[in-house]
Design a protein around this ligand. Structure first.
Ligand SMILES: Nc1ncnc2c1ncn2[C@@H]1O[C@H](COP(=O)(O)OP(=O)(O)OP(=O)(O)O)[C@@H](O)[C@H]1O
Length: 266
């Protein structure tokens, strides 16, 4: 069954009428990982933001984004707020921006769980601990007492993934979640995404310019250039038998990176 269908999505900047996304369509089956590969500026982030309906009024968005049978572009803000976090979680590039610097990890995890689930305080604390254990983190009690600035980017990203596991969303959108993290920690993060996919049967939309990561995680790929999809297929089809010159460019320039990533992963 399809979890997400993006149909004829067009996004323009209202003021300049500049077309950012030029009539793209794609869909995702349940429990699969779709990778969006593209260079900086190709429109990956704007596409993700449009799915969550979080683009501001400067953008004019047309088309349909069907999730669970509903067109998200027609949903009222109140309805979207219930979908975000609970049914669709987003994991961002810089985990520091996802946490409030003024509160401990425990406070933030508990608040998120209480907002989305009908839990007692104690149940929320238990869920926080349980989900951090699943991320194979040690000294969980001490992590919970820390403020975001006291933890590394890699650690915060794993906590974000732990929160997603606990909320059991149907779809996770990960926008360059490893960019701000060094390559050793990247390997751990990618493993956590695998756990996430298997543990909660979530579908993952994974955005990156790094083919090495997608070759490891994604079932299917779309390649974007200048707001258009220039190539699509299964990950192995694209890696072994790409047709478009832009894919060639991305693959060849990333081969070295891919090799580096595989060395770290093995
Ligand atoms: N707030 C904004 N105002 C004006 N133009 C924007 C805004 N956000 C994005 N754009 C433009 O939209 C296009 C697509 O940007 P987007 O951030 O989606 O690219 P991307 O593929 O995600 O790149 P990156 O990997 O650097 O995040 C770019 O040309 C960018 O300049």
């Amino acid at each position: 069954m399809k979890i997400l269908e993006v149909k004829n999505l067009e996004i323009k900047l209202r003021e300049s009428n500049k077309e950012i996304i030029k009539n793209i369509s794609f869909s995702m089956e349940e429990n699969t990982c779709l990778g969006i590969l593209g260079e900086s500026g190709s429109g990956k982030s704007v596409t993700c933001k449009s799915i969550l309906n979080i683009l501001n009024k400067n953008f004019d968005v047309k088309g349909k984004i069907i999730f669970n049978g509903k067109n998200l572009l027609e949903c009222k803000e109140e309805e979207m707020r219930k979908i975000r976090g609970k049914e669709i979680c987003m994991i961002l590039q810089n985990p520091m921006t996802s946490f409030d610097p003024l509160y401990t990890i425990e406070n933030q995890m508990i608040e998120t769980f209480l907002e989305h689930k009908n839990f007692s305080q104690q149940e929320a604390v238990n869920l926080a601990k349980e989900s951090l254990e699943k991320m194979r983190l040690k000294d969980i009690d001490s992590i919970l007492k820390k403020y975001p600035h006291e933890l590394s980017g890699g650690m915060l990203q794993r906590i974000m993934i732990a929160i997603a596991i606990a909320l059991k969303p149907k779809l996770i959108i990960a926008d360059e979640p490893t960019t701000a993290i060094d390559s050793l920690n990247q390997k751990d993060i990618i493993e956590e995404f695998k756990i996430l996919k298997n543990e909660i049967n979530a579908s993952i939309l994974f955005v990156t310019h790094d083919l090495g990561i997608l070759s490891y995680l994604a079932d299917n790929l779309i390649v974007m250039q200048n707001g258009k999809i220039v190539e699509r297929g299964t990950t192995s089809e694209i890696i072994n038998n790409y047709k478009h010159e832009h894919t060639n460019f991305l693959i060849e320039t990333r081969r070295a990176l891919m090799k580096k990533f595989k060395e770290v992963a093995d």
